[in-house]
Ligand binder design. Structure first.
Ligand code: MN
Length: 208
């Protein structure tokens, strides 16, 4: 079962730029989603409440499979159970309001169905290198990058997070999105993922 969902902010320079920010190259930063936010790939997400600007963010997901606390980068990959494709769905208008008021991002990021996850591929079958990461909406390309564009690599993220948390099996890390995020609405069909991993699919339903 999913225990915690950690999400990385601004991990691709081109996405940070499109959001009007710069990458912090001194340290990554994080926000979280509750385990109740997880929705399996192939599901329908009712258009969520309180927003008029729901965005897609396609991401590489890392599943932790062994305890990790204060691990060095060189040992961090031993904590990985596997990988998946995920969508960090975002109420961008609420996130923007929170940023403007210097408030937490929870309302923008942590809501039911906001963490859409594919099936996981065990680490023996996938090594993060320069695989493509893509997202299409109704068959039209929206996001297309390579995961080696990440500012903070998978082992760097695990090593850093483990300075602050005792990572354990069931914890997931959504590693940030490349450029090309944008709005989606009821009836849209999202399909994407990381080359070599199971795809993530999502259909948006009418507001619940
Ligand atoms: Mn994200």
């Amino acid at each position: 079962p999913v225990r915690r969902v950690y999400c990385v902010g601004r991990n691709y320079a081109a996405h940070a730029a499109e959001m009007g920010s710069e990458v912090d190259r001194e340290a990554p930063f994080y926000f979280t989603k509750s385990a109740r936010a997880v929705l399996e790939s192939g599901g329908v997400l009712p258009y969520p409440p309180g927003t008029r600007d729901l965005h897609h963010e396609i991401e590489l997901v890392v599943a932790i499979g062994a305890p990790a606390f204060r691990v060095p980068v060189a040992q961090a990959m031993a904590a990985v159970w596997g990988y998946g494709s995920g969508l960090d769905m975002t109420r961008r208008d609420l996130q923007a309001q929170a940023k403007a008021k210097q408030r937490p991002w929870d309302l923008g990021k942590d809501f039911e169905g906001s963490a859409v996850l594919s099936a996981l591929t065990p680490a023996e079958g996938f090594t993060p290198q320069a695989q493509r990461i893509r997202l299409e909406v109704n068959g039209t390309p929206r996001q297309d990058a390579r995961i080696d564009e990440m500012v903070w690599s998978v082992p760097a993220l695990i090593a850093d997070l483990s300075q602050y948390y005792h990572l354990v099996p069931g914890d997931l890390i959504m590693t940030g999105t490349p450029a090309g995020v944008g709005a989606v609405g009821p009836g849209d069909r999202l399909s994407g993922g990381v080359e070599g991993l199971a795809p993530v699919e999502l259909t948006l339903g009418p507001a619940a």
